[in-house]
Design a protein around this ligand. Structure first.
Ligand SMILES: N[C@@H](CCC[C@H](N)C(=O)O)C(=O)O
Length: 315
């Protein structure tokens, strides 16, 4: 697909300039969620850069003083090179900018569809490289999330990598509270610390352990998303996520992909057969993940839904 085919067709109701929106300005938004991981979507298809600053985005994400959300996602013009349809950028609810967002890109694809860009798939330029969501007939969305990054320094993590593979699998690490974990580090464009426990409720003090590991910049120099996981069967895993820049969320798409890769690499589950996925149950619902052997790419399938649309005043 080319950007001219399904690119910007409409402009929202305010002046579209390269500069950011101003305090007191009214902005139009749509609110979407993927398994309760919720985002404010902004139609910036006629721009190269987001129309809101990280600080404005942080205020809009506030659940009392703003619209509320785990992040703000901007649908932007495709870059001139690379045969993309659109670009996607996202700010976390604390204003930091991650490279990618799995639930977010499904919301992004559904947002484009609802705006009339009616393609079966889109090639999206993200800070983590090209990502391809495909709209399924049953209204779920399958996303080609690309190849997992396993090299420790690239994740990035300073945890000791395995000598042969240079990847960090079940490495022992003690957090700032003195609690010992076995961590597998995987990047899906953004960093993830995956931890398997026997019992999610008993073994994890979520509100304490999550932030202790998220901000452990000695081990994860760019901070990290933290996935606490319990294997329920060879094809079913339960996970709770503490997200970098957003705290506890009901789901994390990139985290779920990282978890399945880590589970297979650490022999927690066998690699499923061709075309078969692993079901991951998150607080907000289920995602199905396939780490395809032939091409090493990870495919994520799940829903994305519009919650409401509106106009907000920038504070
Ligand atoms: N919820 C997202 C991940 C969003 C980015 C993350 N908080 C980070 O900073 O890396 C997902 O569904 O992948």
């Amino acid at each position: 697909f080319t950007s001219s085919r399904i690119g910007a067709t409409q402009s929202i109701g305010r002046a579209r300039t390269a500069s950011s929106a101003q305090v007191g300005e009214l902005i139009e938004f749509a609110k979407y969620e993927g398994l309760g991981n919720d985002f404010i979507l902004i139609d910036d298809r006629d721009r190269d850069t987001p129309s809101l600053t990280p600080e404005q985005s942080e205020r809009l994400c506030h659940r009392n003083f703003g619209i509320g959300g785990d992040g703000v996602i901007f649908a932007l013009k495709a870059p001139p090179e690379g045969d993309f349809d659109f670009s996607m950028r996202i700010y976390n609810s604390d204003g930091s900018e991650p490279e990618m967002c799995g639930n977010g890109i499904r919301c992004f694809a559904q947002f484009l569809k609802d705006l009339g860009a009616d393609a079966e798939s889109y090639r999206v330029n993200t800070l983590a490289g090209p990502i391809v969501p495909v709209m399924n007939a049953d209204s779920t969305i399958t996303v080609d999330m690309g190849e997992p990054i396993l090299s420790g320094p690239t994740v990035p993590t300073t945890l000791e990598p395995n000598a042969e593979s240079n990847s960090v699998v079940e490495q022992t690490h003690v957090d700032k509270n003195g609690k010992q974990w076995k961590i597998s580090a995987v990047s899906m464009g953004n960093p993830h610390a995956v931890i398997f426990v026997d019992d999610l409720e008993k073994d994890v003090d979520f509100e304490v352990d999550g932030p202790a590991l998220e901000g452990d910049v000695g081990a994860f120099p760019a901070k990290t998303n933290v996935e606490f996981c319990q294997v329920l069967s060879p094809t079913h895993i339960k996970m709770k996520v503490w997200e970098r820049g957003a705290g506890p969320t009901l789901a994390c798409g990139t985290g779920t992909c990282a978890l399945v890769v880590a589970a297979i690499r650490a022999n927690k589950i066998p690699r499923p057969g061709k075309g078969e996925g692993v079901r991951v149950t998150l607080p907000g619902g289920d995602l199905v993940i396939e780490w395809r052997e032939g091409n090493n790419r990870v495919y994520m399938t799940g829903p994305a839904n519009l919650s409401f649309k509106g106009t907000a005043m920038l504070k």
